[in-house]
Design a protein around this ligand. Structure first.
Ligand code: NAP
Ligand code: MG
Length: 500
């Protein structure tokens, strides 16, 4: 066996070492860009109201974050446009949707699922162009999961009494649904599929930086012959979202986004008849015990924070590692970040794509600077970044104290904070020591330990010896400042039903 080069923790600013030669240059990949040939989209989209695309009067551009070029223009919906959308949903609800048999609703939802599958390639390319995520993720995760959610909830549409035995489940009415930019099509599917299966009509607002796949989904709804008004989609900024939240004829709000905006919405709805579910931010902890399969755990950690540029609410953005294996884990992490391929989201080899927007890039940089200022040790990939576009090098910090901002605040970027622990009690205490409670990962070869620690975690989603695994049958949601209500699974129907 030939001698291996010495593998040491890589620190920013250090000259290139053998490891770069081994993994960087020698194992360099030739470009493998996905062709955008088959993709068609309009230069401008207004809103999707009453089954038709309607124009607006004020337009803004959604940028491709990998090129900084404007990609598509969409209109901004004002209160009058939101009112039109809500009225259209109300009419569709009273006229068709609430009267329709579940088995008939199911046919539409199945059709939407199939059409997403048929147009999967196009949707994946557009998702990567508009949002910056690597094509291998939009192709293998976002789009298939979006179709899977429609398939799964189509199956429930005529079985609601079996989902809640003994009750008489009834739809709520018109649901206002506001979604973020990190999984644009998938979040639309998470919102629309259970709402439609339960018999509600929807007014959906995509994020301002990623409207394109929502407009493509509108085309699919049109081609699926969904009755006009069952789903309306309005584009716009935060004030469009606020107009949906504050509209008197909306019965339920489902919001996924930041904890700050979630709090504003919760205050706005206090004392109203409207139901509310909130899926908010997170500061998930991955806990590695000394008996864990270390190589597998390191891969899980990498996936948990660098997947989708760390634009994942349930990202494992904190790593808690048992002191006895900390040195090994940190050394392996140091190597692994050097081998991550950062760059063109449309390249099939890219692991880490573009940060979604300039403000998000600035926010990540500011928090990383705070980590350095507060005394943590920064380790960063030395990869080259494209000359244009919003990119950030995969980064992790050691010597992090639990009070550092990088250990407390959601960075929402490819940045990991590593801390150590000596006892399981200390691991639990540290993992729970944030205002959030969305996700956690536990790595150990003892099943009993996994279950014991999981029981003590204040987190809605807990993975054992894996991370970031999603399935439409599994409920997802938060504790504490990560929100309330569940999406996915049978539980995901509940926010859209009155169980009589
Ligand atoms: P955000 O700023 O809260 O925006 C989310 C959505 O709300 C966007 O469509 C936004 O419109 C809209 N909005 C902004 N202000 C509003 C207001 N006052 N009233 C009503 N709607 C308003 O969050 P983001 O930065 O897009 O997304 C990142 C956050 O989402 C992170 O904190 C992440 O953890 C969280 N997230 C949570 C989950 C989960 O399931 N728990 C999943 C994904 C993301 P604009 O786009 O125009 O600002
Ligand atoms: Mg964009």
């Amino acid at each position: 066996m030939s001698a291996q080069p010495e593998l040491r923790v890589e620190r920013e600013g250090q000259p290139k070492k053998a490891v770069d030669l081994l993994f960087g240059d020698l194992w360099g990949y030739a470009p493998a860009p996905e062709s955008t040939g088959p993709v068609r989209f309009e230069k401008r989209y207004g809103h999707f109201i009453d089954g038709e695309f309607v124009a607006g009067d004020k337009w803004f551009a959604s940028v491709n974050p990998a090129t900084e070029e404007p990609l598509v223009e969409v209109a901004e919906a004002d209160e009058a446009m939101v009112d039109r959308a809500v009225q259209s949903s109300r009419k569709a609800y009273d006229k068709y949707w609430k009267k329709m048999k579940g088995s008939e609703r199911a046919k539409y939802i199945f059709r939407i699922a199939r059409m997403i599958q048929e147009r999967a390639r196009e949707l994946a390319i557009l998702e990567s162009m508009d949002g910056g995520k690597p094509i291998k993720e939009s192709r293998d995760i976002d789009v298939p999961l979006a179709a899977a959610h429609f398939f799964y909830y189509a199956g429930w549409a005529d079985k609601l009494e079996y989902a809640f035995p003994g009750g008489k489940p009834q739809p709520i009415g018109v649901a206002g649904q506001i979604i973020p930019w990190n999984f644009p099509l998938l979040m639309a599917a998470w919102k629309l599929a259970p709402a439609l299966a339960a018999g509600n009509c929807c007014v959906l607002k995509p994020a301002e930086t990623t409207p394109l796949t929502a407009m493509k989904l509108a085309e699919i709804l049109q081609e699926a012959d969904l009755p006009p008004g069952v789903v309306n989609i309005v584009n716009g900024f935060g004030r469009t979202g606020a107009a949906i939240v504050n509209h008197a004829d909306v019965d339920k709000i489902a919001f996924t986004g930041s904890t700050d905006v979630g709090k504003i919405i919760q205050r706005a709805l206090a004392g109203t008849k409207k139901r509310l579910t909130l899926e908010l931010g997170g500061k998930g902890a991955n806990i590695i015990f000394e008996d864990a399969p270390i190589d597998q755990a390191v891969e899980g950690i990498i996936d948990g924070i660098f997947f989708n540029q760390g634009h994942v609410c349930c990202a494992g953005s904190r790593l808690l590692v048992e002191e006895s294996v900390a040195e090994t884990v940190i050394r392996k992490l140091g190597h692994r970040i050097q081998t991550l391929r950062v760059g063109d989201p449309l390249d099939k080899n890219t692991d880490v794509g573009a940060i979604n927007s300039k403000p998000q890039l600035e926010k990540i940089q500011e928090l990383v600077d705070s980590g350095v200022d507060q005394g943590a040790q920064k380790h960063q990939s030395r990869c080259d970044l494209p000359a244009k576009g919003y990119f950030f090098r995969p980064t992790f910090f050691t010597d992090v104290s639990p009070s550092h901002r990088i250990a407390q605040e959601e960075i929402f970027g490819p940045v990991l904070s590593v801390m150590t622990f000596r006892t399981p009690e200390e691991a639990i205490e540290r993992a729970n020591n944030t205002p959030y409670g969305l996700s956690a990962g536990i790595w150990s070869d003892k099943g009993s330990k996994l279950f014991k620690i999981a029981g003590a975690m204040q987190a809605g989603v807990i993975w054992g010896n894996t991370f970031n695994k999603f399935d439409p049958t599994s409920p997802f949601g938060g504790y504490k400042e990560s929100g309330f209500g569940r999406e996915g699974g049978r539980h995901g129907l509940l926010p859209y039903l009155e169980i009589g």
